[in-house]
Design a protein. Structure first.
Length: 478
């Protein structure tokens, strides 16, 4: 199995894990296997305690390995420098303390990699080897290790410091599975976060890996056509494609790192949604030159008013739909459109491909999530969480339409045209205060509060104060 295939398989397996601890265990085991290390250990720097604490571990460590390493030595220096320590042995750890040296066998070496665990917390990952490596890591191993180093911080919720138990006889040991008693509310929060991580991995990095695999397949076909013609232009095209694949996988690494800290795609953070969609569709055109693609944007001005809570599901919806067209539709023409109609923002991806059978279409539209593929399920969930509606229309031989509808009243208006005092009133409405309580809080009369609420309802084009509050909370306007 090729490296991209293994990585894609790993990501899909992690998506299916319903336990953070088991996901972390699977990932650590993969890291140890791909690097051929004896162990993999993750430390977090705790400045207030002046310690590095062991958070996660897999494999077989030296007998006297310490789970608490005093700061101020080689490990902290590498973290502060934010530089890869590379392969080091005991003779190179000149400023190492006793606890740091306890992680290296006398004839072995360590590969040390600093890593950000959160925006305010740093740490490092250690790959330990009982003997010195005779050959450097391959490019494929480097890629796998970088991706895994980026994924690991996602699986640290409820992680407590661990103590690796070792014993004579070279018995492989693993981090003990944690047992944390959670309240029902905490369980629901963990489940929501797990689902967010799964969606973001599927919609971002996994899509890029899939795109890289498609580029590799295209490259293989290109080289096969030109293998007997050394100077043929197709070979130059193949070299260009290799560069694109390399850049795409680098982008995948960065997006995985970004996913740890932000639920919003990097393309939307750097550009408005219109430009981000133009780039997304441009990428689709470059990978599917035989497909005629049209982008119909009939919502001029909306790109600067659309909240992130709507931008993200719209972007991910179009991304997943185009990916499905590329993989399944066998289409020659695709149209992506956005328009306002009947009080809704309507987003469509329409193709003229082979279509979907009635039986399959019924399963895709079933209310039971288990009947739908993961990509379609996350697409539907994102849209419905933003207050939208999702549907698929298709006939065999006549193509497919995937459509999302979002209420446009709040999207177009937002709270940008509310006065400062009206925004103060709306915040208190969101907090659940009555008109009398709002009047007391703001030192104004009840009639003045009623007047402000009347103006809020008019400007936001909603039915009542409750709908205004719901829209403000859903789209994060206040």
């Amino acid at each position: 199995m090729s490296t991209p295939d293994r990585l894609l398989q790993l990501i899909m397996q992690l998506q299916r894990e319903r336990s953070i601890a088991r996901g972390r265990k699977r990932l650590l085991n993969y890291m140890r296997t791909c690097s051929q290390a004896s162990y993999v250990a993750l430390f977090a720097l705790e400045p207030e305690e002046h310690l590095l604490m062991l958070l996660a571990f897999n494999g077989e460590a030296p007998t006297d390995a310490s789970a608490r390493v005093p700061a101020g030595g080689s490990f902290e220096r590498l973290i502060q420098q934010n530089a890869t320590g590379g392969a080091v042995d005991l003779t190179q750890l000149l400023d190492a303390n006793v606890e740091e040296r306890s992680w290296c066998w006398p004839e072995g070496e360590m590969r040390i990699q600093p890593v950000r665990l959160s925006p305010t917390r740093n740490g490092l990952i250690i790959y330990g080897f009982q003997t010195r490596r005779k050959v450097p890591f391959s490019d494929e191993q480097e890629l796998e290790m970088r991706l895994c180093n980026t994924l690991l911080p996602m699986y640290l919720q409820q992680t407590r410091p661990v103590r690796p138990k070792t014993r004579p006889g070279s018995i492989p040991l693993e981090e003990p599975e944690e047992r944390v008693e959670l309240t029902e509310e905490q369980k629901q929060a963990v489940e929501r976060e797990r689902e967010r991580i799964a969606r973001d991995i599927h919609d971002g990095p996994a899509q890029n890996i899939t795109l890289a695999l498609l580029r590799i397949e295209y490259l293989q076909r290109t080289i096969k056509k030109a293998e007997d013609l050394p100077e043929h232009p197709l070979l130059l095209t193949g070299a260009e494609e290799l560069e694109k694949v390399h850049a795409l996988l680098q982008e995948c690494v960065e997006e995985l790192r970004h996913t740890v800290y932000s639920p919003q795609p990097t393309s939307l953070e750097q550009k408005n949604i219109a430009v981000a969609l133009e780039n997304l569709i441009g990428d689709f055109r470059s990978m599917n030159p035989e497909v005629q693609v049209s982008f119909v944007w009939q919502v001029t001005g909306l790109q600067d008013k659309m909240p992130a809570a709507v931008q993200v599901p719209v972007y991910r919806f179009i991304q997943e739909a185009l990916n499905n067209v590329s993989k399944h539709a066998q289409a020659s023409r695709v149209t992506v459109s956005m328009r306002i109609a009947r009080g809704s923002l309507i987003v469509e991806v329409r193709d003229n491909g082979r279509g979907i059978s009635p039986e399959t279409l019924q399963k895709l539209n079933e209310e039971q999530p288990g009947e739908r593929p993961f990509g379609l399920q996350t697409m539907r969930e994102r849209i419905e969480n933003a207050g939208g509606h999702f549907e698929i229309l298709s006939q065999v031989g006549e193509g497919t339409i995937v459509r999302a509808r979002f209420p446009v009243r709040g999207i177009a208006a937002g709270v940008s045209n509310l006065t400062e005092r009206e925004q103060d009133v709306l915040r208190l409405v969101v907090d659940g205060l009555s008109n009398r309580a709002i009047a007391e809080r703001l030192s104004i009369s009840i009639d003045t509060v009623k007047s402000h609420i009347h103006h809020i309802i008019q400007k936001m084009q909603v039915r009542d104060r409750t709908q205004a509050a719901v829209l403000a909370m859903r789209y994060g306007w206040l």
